[in-house]
Design a protein around this ligand. Structure first.
Ligand SMILES: [Zn+2]
Ligand SMILES: [Zn+2]
Length: 718
């Protein structure tokens, strides 16, 4: 009788011991086992099975599933992520093991040419045969679509023997490292040479690739990808937003002659399954994905690239809270491969790691192809305020007019969705808030209602104020992008505009279509949220106006200044990437703020040094460690009791506990929330401290109805 450990993709930290009737499957094998009365999927794990379980209690392994095993490095990665984030190992396994992906993808029934036609055939049938000659074993639907006819014509040709069935493997195309190598500048070539060597060394090494916006970082890290392909190994490129994947996929296809295998939540189940198996078999050599791609069963990973490494979108905030940039470094270390972190505005974390020599640092200081960095100026709104009821200063409106009249393309940036962030009663000042959250309701004109951006609660503007009973008294306060679009339509009725916000552009296809229209200059003026800040390459864009440059500075968040500087620098970097020089105007009430000064002086490195000087003495990240405890409960009293129990039992040696305090969102989705923050010097591992703390708090009577979520290295403090 052999025993095996099986980890199940549920909220269990321990692997369970089962009896294998036949030869026990090796670690990594996907199996089914009984759990209570159910039969569930699990993975044979490396833990030593628990001996001495009474035979009556020992359950028997049900079946071994014919699907790729989870490789050893992926299993060690799952263990590591669980240990670090303090999530149960099973929950981390659930990120890698999706039962819907396990069956091998079905070969697709396609068609090839059959017997040569004898005699004349109809024009429609000829069109089908012509289309067939241009396609690789198309399905009935693909062939009919290509010929502009119906499925019946295709079937008729098959019945006549002119088509014969031909099965097509759901294989992924093989990228060619030498398909279309770009002409690199001397600086790019130097960086590329270093990166190629890093990949060819076939060992773990992290490189921070810092390049000003438009410096051609993508071309440079594509050379590292090419080196990885030459080694016959797999490369993974992570992007922070699905919306960016379409543009990247097109660039990769042009460079390597084959589209990358995609991995994100927007794929069809069939494509997900095909790509999962292609990654596991090693057939997919280039994978472009969102953060979840780190949990794919790569057969032979040789390179991981994290593009826009500073992006907060890499932090997973629900379920297992992990930072994909940091976990990419861990994945690279465990897999023994090269890691590249690319950004125009590196995070302070990565910059400090580079300075300390833990990462190699490569800098591209000039824009590619002779383009110059845009000139950035502030518009002091105290000196040049917008007209009443408007949000664009006459200075910005004038610059837009000049640009549009000259045939240039412009962009207005405001990081706020909807029409107005606040709706207020003129009579008594009553504000419309969400009943479930500590948040204002945001007016959206498109669907025509108020929306809570946190829980999705929707409401109509009440005809009568619930406080003072005044009728039709509610007015929108402040601008969202929809309101800016309205102002633009009044100012420049002839301009062709597009609104780029996550509720207006919801799919990768829509994003792709919008992008093509902007690149083709079928759009004069782009109005958008942070969705347009990143990565996009619009060659004709010459003017960028930031409607509210001060927006990100409030809130007291540890990284508010850093994030604001990064975001605005990225936005500014959209301007002047082509032939014409770019100009950026920042509307601000605080032109003397260090963030504005860093942007105008193009001195982000200086800004980072100043930030580091602020954070280092107090052991704030990256010079120390933080962990957040978020207490939540249905009743406020329960949340308070739990927070008090945690406060009474707080650790004291060498660490500091801040709080408890009501979270900025003291109520979210109907739950009452309190926050505590643990701060520790860099040399202290916070996980054991937290485990011991929670044990003490439970012993002291932590209410069971309260939930405690732990967020290691938090980047959101809401
Ligand atoms: Zn009122
Ligand atoms: Zn809400």
């Amino acid at each position: 009788m052999a025993l095996v450990s099986v980890l199940l993709p549920y909220a269990f930290d321990a692997a369970f011991t089962y009896e294998a009737r036949e030869a026990p499957p090796p670690p990594g094998a996907v199996v089914t086992v009984p759990l209570g009365r159910r039969i569930v999927h699990g993975v044979v794990w490396d833990d030593v099975p628990e001996p001495g379980i009474a035979p009556a209690r020992l359950k028997t392994l049900h079946a071994v599933i014919a699907t790729p095993a989870l490789p050893g490095p992926l299993r060690r990665f799952i263990d590591w992520v669980a240990q670090y984030t303090m999530a149960p190992r099973g929950e981390v396994l659930a990120l890698a093991l999706k039962t819907g992906l396990l069956d091998p993808p079905a070969p697709r029934a396609g068609w090839a040419a059959g017997a040569a036609p004898s005699g004349r055939i109809t024009a429609t049938r000829q069109r089908v045969l012509d289309a067939l000659a241009t396609l690789d074993r198309p399905t009935t639907a693909e062939l009919a679509a290509a010929a502009g006819t119906g499925a019946a014509v295709v079937r008729g040709l098959a019945d006549a023997g002119l088509l014969r069935p031909a099965v097509r493997d759901p294989s992924v195309p093989l990228p060619d490292p030498d398909h279309a190598p770009p002409a690199l500048s001397a600086a790019q070539e130097e960086a590329a040479t270093a990166l190629r060597a890093s990949v060819a060394a076939r060992r773990f090494e992290v490189t921070l690739l810092e390049g000003v916006t438009g410096a051609g970082k993508t071309e440079v890290f594509c050379e590292a990808v090419a080196a990885c392909l030459r080694e016959g190994r797999q490369a993974l490129v992570l992007v922070p937003e699905i919306a960016l994947s379409a543009q990247f996929a097109a660039r990769f296809a042009a460079r390597f002659g084959a589209a990358p295998a995609l991995w994100h939540s927007g794929l069809t189940p069939a494509t997900r399954r095909a790509n999962y198996h292609a990654v596991a078999s090693g057939a997919a050599k280039l994978v472009l994905g969102a953060r979840s791609a780190l949990f794919l069963p790569f057969a032979d990973p040789g390179l991981i690239v994290v593009d826009e490494e500073h992006e907060a979108a890499y932090k997973q905030e629900d379920g297992v809270t992990y930072h994909a940039r940091d976990m990419a470094v861990v994945r690279g270390r465990i897999s023994g491969c090269a890691v590249i972190l690319a950004s125009a505005t590196p995070s302070l974390e990565s910059a400090v790691n580079a300075e300390a020599g833990r990462y190699r640092h490569i800098t591209l200081a000039a824009r590619h192809g002779g383009a110059r960095l845009p000139a950035i100026e502030a518009i002091d709104l105290r000196a040049a305020p917008p007209a009443r009821g408007r949000f664009l200063s006459p200075v910005l409106a004038g610059a837009l007019e000049t640009t549009l009249e000259g045939g240039g393309q412009a962009m207005l940036f405001l990081n706020r969705r909807g029409y107005a962030p606040l709706t207020l009663c003129r009579g008594c000042g009553h504000r419309l808030t969400c009943p479930n959250c500590t948040a204002w309701l945001v007016e959206h004109r498109r669907p025509g209602h108020l929306l809570c951006h946190h829980c999705g609660h929707a409401a109509q503007v009440p005809a009568k104020c619930p406080d003072c009973a005044a009728e039709q008294s509610f007015v929108p306060i402040g601008p969202g992008v929809e309101r800016i679009a309205e102002e633009v339509a009044e100012l420049f009725p002839a301009a062709r505009t597009i609104l780029m916000a996550s509720d207006a552009i919801t799919t990768a296809e829509q994003a792709e279509a919008a992008l093509r229209a902007i690149v083709a200059h079928e759009i004069d003026l782009v109005i958008g949220t942070q969705m347009i800040a990143k990565g996009w390459h619009f060659p004709d864009l010459v003017l960028v106006g930031v409607v509210d440059a001060d927006l990100g500075l409030g809130g007291g968040d540890l990284r508010a200044g850093e994030r604001s500087a990064q975001l605005l620098h990225q936005v500014a970097g959209r301007a002047g990437r082509g032939r014409l020089p770019g100009r950026v105007l920042l509307q601000t009430y605080a032109p003397e703020h260090p963030v504005m000064r860093a942007l105008i002086g193009n001195d982000l490195a200086g800004f980072r040094r100043a930030e580091a000087d602020l954070r280092a003495p107090g052991h704030w990240p990256p010079f120390g460690r933080l962990a957040a405890l978020i207490v939540s409960a249905d009743e406020a009293a329960t949340a308070d009791a739990a927070a008090a129990a945690l406060a009474r039992t707080q650790p004291r040696d060498g660490v500091q506990v801040l709080g408890p305090a009501p979270a900025p969102f003291a109520m979210l989705r109907g739950r009452h929330r309190r926050r505590l923050l643990l701060r520790a010097p860099r040399g202290i591992a916070v996980q054991p401290v937290l485990r011991a703390w929670l044990d003490r708090a439970r012993a002291e009577g932590l209410p069971r109805a309260a939930r405690i979520d732990i967020d290691i290295d938090p980047i959101s403090f809401l």
